[in-house]
Design a protein around this ligand. Structure first.
Ligand code: HEM
Length: 492
């Protein structure tokens, strides 16, 4: 009779055989695309781990070898285990024009975030949060700009009293617009941690065998956080749902906030507490860390280049004196916009953009084929540092974009060279139909936060250093160094 050891050895052997067969099958499909690293079974698995910690170097190396073409890297966060990287602007345009049912943002995100297991409520629901961000949120915030700046003032006072910066105000702004719940420290902490919990769980799930994922997924702390957030928001959401059902879309005193917009845009199947709560969390997921990283990166770049502080302060003082703390004033802060954009061009939040999954075979105009089931992205980081697109690309020129606007006589209303504009040579917000719908809100929010800090605080890197602390890279994502410090002092 076979012992347990024999049985275990057979199951393990069968599992590896299955993995090996799958690997060979995928390798054959992608044989026409050069590999950066090894395309042998075990070695490519090790390369996928190397990508987690050295992804940005690997993408840079691929770009310098295959600029204008395509290469592939081993990667845990795709279904196939490979990520195809493109680098030519013509190919970027092909991707932009590809229909969503051929190259899918949602397909790539479901793999990347492992949504089926990390947040089943978001997985089951339709993506109705996207039109909510694109339309009512973006339309409403200019008229609510006083709320935005008030929240920034309150948050800055709290942070600097506490002695550290914890940019959390988004939950109140986006999620609730009701200070009693939105400023609830437990809720803010849950929402902030959820983003990290989902990112960690997704990476773990990507290397978990498929049959184990439902079990491992359920054990992840993100589920408990979503449940607790739901308990906190339940009274608010349920009251609104009840009114919506009883009185329809229009009732007296209906608040103009995210929960209302989500309820108004949800289909009948999505109109329930679980889904509305999950959508609030998802929108905060998309906005909290991206916005705080962008603000933090810009602050470090500015603290390391104090010569920019005086001209930026002068611009803010002049514009705010004439136009107050309004959305209109933010549009006039052209130097600050340029500085923020230059900071993101050289740093940003990731070295790749436009990750899509091919739901059908996709053929680029140069004949290159991405087979169905494979994931593809753009080497946006190296493109942003390429001398073909930027003069002296490695030099930090804070007013680079405002000078370009001046040269081309682009008026205030022109989006050209502004941080929100979409451009294949600047992909902080992605490109094409899935480009970030929250970018208008995000840029204005970051600008208002930085303008407030620049006007009200003196700041510097300890020891008057002019060196920006090294960022921490993870799977091609760029995070500010968590041990780095900036010293702040309230201006007299
Ligand atoms: C500086 C801050 C932000 C950055 C750098 C950023 C960046 C991005 C990027 C790169 C994408 C993917 C685009 C693509 O693949 O083409 C994206 C998508 C998205 N962002 Fe943002 N984002 C920011 C702030 C926000 C904010 C504040 C919100 C909400 C108010 C938001 C909501 C979304 C949503 C819902 C999507 C998914 C779009 C879709 O599925 O079509 N983002 N963002």
């Amino acid at each position: 009779m076979a012992s347990w050891v024999d049985l275990l050895a057979s199951v393990t052997g069968a599992f590896f055989l299955y993995k090996w067969f799958n690997f060979q099958h995928t390798r054959a499909k992608l044989a026409h695309i050069p590999t950066l690293g090894s395309d042998w079974f075990i070695l490519s698995y090790l390369d996928a781990w190397r990508f987690v910690f050295k992804g940005h170097f690997i993408i840079e190396e691929g770009y310098s070898k295959y600029k204008g073409q395509t290469f592939k890297v081993a990667c845990h966060t795709t279904e196939s285990g490979w990520l195809v990287v493109i680098s030519g602007l013509e190919m970027v345009e092909d991707m932009r024009k590809a229909p969503a049912d051929v190259l899918s943002f949602r397909g790539a995100s479901l793999d990347l975030i492992q949504t089926r297991h990390t947040s089943p409520n978001n997985f089951k629901a339709t993506p109705f949060h996207i039109p909510v961000v694109r339309s009512p949120l973006t339309r409403t915030f200019p008229g609510r700009f006083a709320d935005v700046t008030d929240e920034i003032r309150v948050s800055c006072d709290d942070w600097f009293r506490a002695g550290y910066v914890d940019p959390d105000f988004h939950s109140w702004l986006l999620g609730l617009m009701e200070p009693s719940t939105g400023r609830n420290p437990e809720y803010l902490n849950i929402q902030e941690m959820w983003t990290i919990q989902i990112a960690v769980a997704a990476n773990l799930l990507c290397i978990t065998p498929d049959w184990l994922k439902p079990i491992v997924g359920r054990l992840m702390p993100g589920h408990a956080s979503e449940k607790r957030a739901k308990q906190i928001l339940a009274p608010l959401i349920q009251k609104r749902l009840a009114k919506h059902v009883a009185l329809g879309g229009n009732w007296e005193g209906k608040p103009n906030d995210l929960i209302t917009w989500l309820i108004d845009n949800a289909s009948p199947e999505d109109l329930n507490l679980d889904v509305i709560n999950a959508k609030v969390m998802l929108i905060n997921f998309a906005s909290i860390h991206t916005t705080s990283l962008t603000s933090t990166n810009t602050l470090f770049d500015l603290a390391a280049r104090p010569e920019y502080i005086a001209p930026l302060r002068a611009e803010i003082e002049e514009v705010v004196a004439a136009h107050g703390w309004t959305k209109d004033a933010m549009a006039r802060l052209v130097k600050l916009d340029s500085f923020m954009k230059e900071s993101s061009r050289l740093g940003g939040v990731a070295t790749m953009a436009m990750r899509r999954k091919a739901y059908k075979d996709f053929v680029f105009s140069n004949g290159m084929v991405i087979p169905q089931g494979m994931s593809v992205c753009v080497a946006s980081g190296p493109i942003q540092l390429d001398s073909d697109y930027y003069e002296d690309p490695m030099e930090f020129r804070g007013f680079r974009f405002v000078e370009l606007r001046g040269k081309e006589a682009a008026g205030l209303e022109s989006l050209q060279h502004q941080m929100v504009s979409l451009d294949p040579t600047y992909m902080l917000f992605g490109y094409g139909r899935n480009a970030c719908p929250g970018r208008f809100f995000a840029v204005n929010e970051v600008k208002a936060l930085l303008a407030h800090i620049i006007l009200n605080y003196d700041f510097k890197i300890p020891g008057d250093s002019r060196v920006v602390p090294e960022p921490i890279w993870f799977s091609g994502g760029r995070n500010s160094n968590p041990t780095a410090e900036i010293l702040f002092r309230k201006r007299k």
